[in-house]
Write a protein that binds this ligand. Structure first.
Ligand SMILES: NC(=O)C1=CN([C@@H]2O[C@H](COP(=O)(O)OP(=O)(O)OC[C@H]3O[C@@H](n4cnc5c(N)ncnc54)[C@H](OP(=O)(O)O)[C@@H]3O)[C@@H](O)[C@H]2O)C=CC1
Ligand SMILES: O=C1O[C@H](COP(=O)(O)O)[C@@H](O)[C@H](O)[C@H]1O
Length: 487
């Protein structure tokens, strides 16, 4: 059965000239438009303070779109039709008078009970400090109908108190069912495939626990630095920017119990249980279970020579429940590393009894490596006998699944999937309020412990695997980080 056809809707993007909109959202909308999924008649209205009219905005995007859509996927005719449909409103969301520009394009509604109105998506691709004022402005100017949805970009705040305040402010205007908190990692094909791998294959579940698994590693390594986002990043750092959201979400998907079904609440209920079971990291153990680094040219790039913001963080995380008792999850993420690699490594325990003590070669325990990016795939590392006469020689081998080679279809970008989920009103892959707050409740004590200890990140050269403190963190437990060359 195909997906039901959608009716045209109105998509209003606050932050319409920003990096996220230009680099990710508009290219994603274009791809869906080109594939015929964005119904004819759908309006995309971008808002920002830039004094651009529709034509000026279209010219800007005409210049930008080809930079962010691969050549082979850019069809001139459909790109031009998409761009010609874009509109721009010059609007300072904090100035009540300037909302008139938006109400002139998007008529106020008579009331929220008018259920047959077009779907209105309000995408807040701007600083979280504007989420409350924008919600209030939308309410005050009568722009919210019964079929409206609001999308909140991460980060939702910078600590628990600010997250609560933002959630309260948005929640005063929108019902929780209308709020879509985006974590674009949940829209990545590879991350959704993690759910399928775990729950559509019976062979894994009996092994998916501390009896068979020694530890888990989650790595999100970026080769790029902070670039033009230094202003934001220096007030954030890797823990807030990546761990509080993306890495914890990945951890939840690896660790959660099987949900009864994949629907709006079952998956989110299970993720929440994991977040609540995370062992708190306290000031007493932060030095042992966390490691931070800053790439050598960072302070110069962000023009703050004394910045102590971490561009790399590694953590040892424990989950206090039956399935995962005694199984550490090692997390690491950083910028300006030697490669862009995101992967989840499930390290199994060694065999209980050595059957080939006299054999040549190594007997490494099995490993399942799930590569999220850049080349999505999965490898199961096993030990095999090297063919040959005479004695037994053991050789590590891998069963290799490369998605690009196996499936011919184009892998959509995360935002394509997530934007369409908003239009369809499916919040399963979005974070619920309680999840975001539970993630902050666990993250905040780490920030406090660092502050109390006067934590200084270790400097690491750009293009390397990060600070030595991260190596020490895992080696202290007699383990090592997985390196891709092993595959
Ligand atoms: N860029 C990225 O890759 C990612 C960004 N995010 C998050 O998305 C949000 C946006 O990020 P990004 O695009 O990088 O930020 P930018 O600084 O590039 O863009 C901010 C946008 O907000 C607009 N804006 C700022 N103040 C106002 C105002 N008072 N009224 C109306 N519009 C305003 C700006 O336009 P103008 O100044 O012309 O008004 C601009 O369009 C941030 O919260 C960020 O953390 C999340 C994931 C990835
Ligand atoms: O949310 C963010 O994610 C990006 C990394 O996303 P990816 O899809 O390229 O892996 C990161 O660069 C950015 O700092 C962070 O805000």
């Amino acid at each position: 059965m195909g997906t039901p056809a959608l009716a045209p809707c109105d998509i209003v993007v606050f932050g319409g000239t920003g990096d996220l909109t230009v680099r990710k959202l508009l290219p994603a909308l274009y791809q869906r438009y080109r594939d015929g999924q964005l119904p004819e008649g759908t309006r995309v209205i971008a808002c920002s303070r830039a004094g651009l009219d529709d034509a000026g905005y279209r010219d800007k995007i005409r210049g930008e779109l080809p930079r962010f859509v691969p050549n082979a996927e850019l069809d001139q005719a459909s790109a031009e039709a998409f761009i010609e449909g874009l509109e721009h409103v010059s609007l300072d969301v904090q100035d009540d008078h300037s909302w008139a520009g938006l109400t002139a394009k998007l008529p106020p509604v008579a009331g929220r009970e008018h259920g047959n109105d077009r779907v209105r998506v309000f995408y807040l691709a701007c600083a979280p400090s504007l989420f409350g004022p924008i919600s209030a402005g939308l309410e005050g100017h009568g722009l919210i109908n019964a079929r409206s949805r609001v999308v909140l970009e991460k980060p939702i705040g910078r600590d628990l108190a600010s997250a609560l305040a933002i959630n309260d402010a948005v929640g005063a205007v929108f019902d929780e069912s209308q709020i879509f908190r985006i974590d674009h990692y949940l829209g990545k094909e590879s991350v959704q495939n993690l759910l399928v791998t775990r729950f559509a294959n019976a062979v894994l579940e009996p092994l998916w626990n501390g009896r068979a698994i020694d530890h888990v590693q989650i790595t999100v390594a970026e080769a790029i630095g902070v670039g033009a986002r230094a202003g934001y990043y220096d007030t954030s750092g890797a823990l807030r920017d990546m761990v509080q959201n993306h890495l914890l979400q990945l951890l939840c998907l690896v660790a959660m119990e099987p949900p009864t079904q994949v629907d709006r609440d079952s998956v989110r209920d299970e993720k929440l249980k994991v977040l609540k079971a995370l062992r708190p990291i306290t000031a007493a153990d932060a030095a042992e279970v966390t490691a931070t680094g800053q790439y050598a040219t960072y302070a110069e790039e962000c023009e703050r020579p004394d910045s102590t913001t971490e561009t790399f963080v590694a953590l040892k995380v424990e989950i206090e429940n039956w399935r995962w008792a005694g199984v550490p999850f090692y997390l690491r993420t950083g910028k300006c590393l030697d490669a862009r690699t995101s992967e989840i490594v499930i390290q199994f325990r060694p065999v209980p009894h050595p059957m080939f003590p006299d054999a040549e070669g190594t007997t490494e325990p099995n490993r399942l490596v799930i590569t999220l990016q850049p080349d999505e795939g999965m490898q199961l590392h096993l030990i095999a006998k090297e063919p040959g006469p005479g004695g037994i020689r053991l050789r590590p081998v891998s069963l290799d699944l490369n998605y690009a080679a196996t499936f011919s279809s184009r892998t959509p970008e995360a935002y394509e999937r997530l934007l369409m989920d908003v239009v369809r009103g499916n919040p399963t892959l979005f974070m619920r309020r309680d999840e975001v707050e539970a993630a902050w409740a666990w993250t905040e004590p780490i920030l406090a412990a660092w502050e109390e200890a006067g934590r200084q990140p270790e400097t690491y050269p750009a293009g390397t695997s990060g600070p030595t403190a991260a190596t020490t963190l895992i080696e202290r437990d007699g383990r090592t980080w997985h390196t891709r060359s092993v595959s």
